[in-house]
Ligand binder design. Structure first.
Ligand SMILES: Cc1ccc(Cc2cc(O)c(O)c(C(=O)NC/C=C/[C@H]3O[C@@H](n4cnc5c(N)ncnc54)[C@H](O)[C@@H]3O)c2)cc1
Ligand SMILES: [Mg+2]
Length: 214
């Protein structure tokens, strides 16, 4: 049977990256996407912005919406302090299976909890089921029309505290207009746009960093 793109991405990691070396896993995926097949990872250019936000914040609790193949999961987990926790939500079981193997290859499974399911169903269960009260950082990179409803859901479930940071991918391309309007106009957020490019291309895209003011 034909392999899928995530399966070919995983094979490239297993072939070209060193087990237990997260940086080599990130490099192997970027090289695969640049030279073989484009895939919707946050990528190396926006990835550097992601790295700087994570490093500056030094978060102990992180939520990622949309694991896909685990590229940004590995990038974030690699920068977390000991005992910090990254919960990543993915509803496609095939993508989740690939991501688990990518995360395992990087040796970061201790820091990552990949939960299979839809964000809309899982977010209300996080406090009781996963022992997290609030998140220091949320990375949004799932279906673009879910950014706004899930942000409102996180607010309603008390998962954000004063100073929590939302970092959203693709606010230009594919674009998340309703989310952008919300975080930029709401008095409860202080928002900042980091101009960049759509992964592995010259098309404009960027990340929006929004601090929840409580
Ligand atoms: C026009 C156009 C098309 C594509 C692009 C290129 C481009 C560039 C990018 O960086 C992109 O992030 C995207 C993009 O579409 N990302 C969607 C990512 C989904 C992943 O998240 C999973 N998921 C989706 N909703 C949920 C949900 N509720 N709960 C849990 N998991 C969810 C899915 O199972 C996938 O694993 C596209 C640019 C322009
Ligand atoms: Mg994206």
């Amino acid at each position: 049977t034909q392999s899928t793109r995530p399966q070919r991405l995983l094979s490239a990691v297993q072939k070209n990256a060193t087990r237990g070396d997260p940086c080599s896993v990130v490099k192997a995926i970027d090289q695969f996407c640049r030279s073989k097949e484009w895939a919707m990872n946050v990528g190396d250019e926006k990835g550097c912005i992601l790295d700087s936000v994570v490093s500056e914040l030094n978060p102990t609790t992180v939520l990622e919406l949309g694991t896909y193949c685990g590229y940004s999961t590995v990038r974030i987990a690699n920068l977390l302090p000991p005992h910090a926790k990254l919960i990543t939500l993915e509803f496609n079981p095939d993508f989740a299976a690939i991501a688990r193997q990518v995360i395992a290859w990087s040796g970061l499974e201790e820091k990552v909890q990949l939960v299979e399911g839809a964000s809309g169903d899982l977010i209300p269960k996080i406090k009781q089921d996963f022992g997290v009260q609030t998140f220091d950082l949320v990375f949004l990179d799932h279906w673009k029309d879910r950014y706004l409803p899930d942000t409102k859901l996180m607010e309603a479930c008390g998962l954000l505290r004063k100073g929590s940071i939302l970092l959203a991918d693709n606010v230009i391309c594919p674009g998340t207009p309703d989310y952008l309007e919300y975080v930029r106009s709401s008095p409860r957020y202080e928002s900042q746009y980091f101009k960049s490019h759509l992964e592995y291309t010259k098309v404009e895209d960027g990340l929006e960093k929004s601090v929840f003011l409580g």
